[in-house]
Design a protein around this ligand. Sequence first.
Ligand code: NIG
Ligand code: FE
Length: 437
Amino acid sequence: MSNSQFNDTDHPVGEATQLFVNASQVVTCAGPARARRGPEMNDAGVRSKAAVAVRDGLVAGVDTLGELRARFPDAHEIDCRRGVLMPGLVDSHTHGIFGRPRYDEQEMRAAGLDYMEIARRGGGIHSSVRDLRARSEDELFALARERLTRLATFGATTVEVKSGYGLTLADELKTLRVIARLSGALPLRIVPTFLGAHEIPLEYRESEATRRAYVELLVREMIPRVASERLARFADVFFETGVYTVDESRAILTAARGAGLLLKLHADELTSSGGAELAASLGATSADHLAAVSDEGIEALAHGSTVATLLPGTMLFLGKSTHAPARRLIEAGVPVALATDFNPGTSPTPNLPLVLTLGVSQLRMSVAEAVIAATVNGAAAVAMADRVGQIAPGFSADLALFAIEDVRELPYWYGDNRCIATFVAGKACHTSDLGLT
Ligand code: NIG
Ligand code: FE
């Protein structure tokens, strides 16, 4: 399938030639245009005396200032004020289209109710579904525009956004149209994912037959329609005990693949159920969560090309003391990405640098590994590693500038927002009052 609407031509490019000068570090993440594994993840390409040239929205050179001034004598110079210049962050897993925030459930969990128990009582995802169905496209667009803009203020320039709180053909299409409108309205790059299999809707939970009917609806109507209207690039399923079974997940993703969509899977989030193995066997682009992944699951991922997208903010917010085994995944050679999982139930944070903090402090990743996980490997998790995620000639000039002197400060000042500005294809996407001349 040609996804023409996702081309870079959607984005206006910045002024003809720009030089980003006076950065204390340029973190290039330069290297092969694919997910990094094992020791490769430990090299973020930190350069302390480099400037970056951008022409027509693409990186044209990374070199000493003298060299670049000689090559581009008429370039407009942007002063990085001794900050750290990085590839724009890639948030490869969000559920950004929802209505009411679910702060009530946070207190319920504090009082001892489990996330899945809240769902069994009709709360959780079901509560967001009732809410989203009652809202208009315009209302959802306005809410999501503000929320995705918050993600950009923390340094994200590419954001994957899932549907999944509609769960009827009309409400899923409504959600995906909101995502398409946001793509045109925001300077961010947005990657749309169809998650009609986020839950079995309550009205289909009565019997095995109605449950099967919803899976049939997904396979026979929703997926073909979403694919023919080109409203999504990926399809995803919440494969979890009490939600979709292994056979249902396989059937849905196989249909999606047949319709030309790329695959993602919510895998082994809360219970170990063979999610990683299923994602690897289907050739999914990413397997996400993996807090409960088994040894066999790690093994399966190590032998395939699926990116393991870890979402430690979710475990933190749910009050769990376990985390995905990032070290074992990396040591087995599995490419690891980090993302926010921004959603109203399990991870309402727009702060991807905070997720890097969790990556280092909780998942025991090095800073370089965490940086690669939120740039190159995040890009690979949305099948864009050939265009974004590194500052290297020919890549899109998607950049994030932080008010820190050393990249190790990014996960260190946890919860703080040091992002001064972001650029997409060389054009300012977000600028903060931390100041940039
Ligand atoms: O990634 N696990 C399923 N989906 C989300 C939670 C969605 C919700 O609770 O609204 C997640 O954690
Ligand atoms: Fe999720």
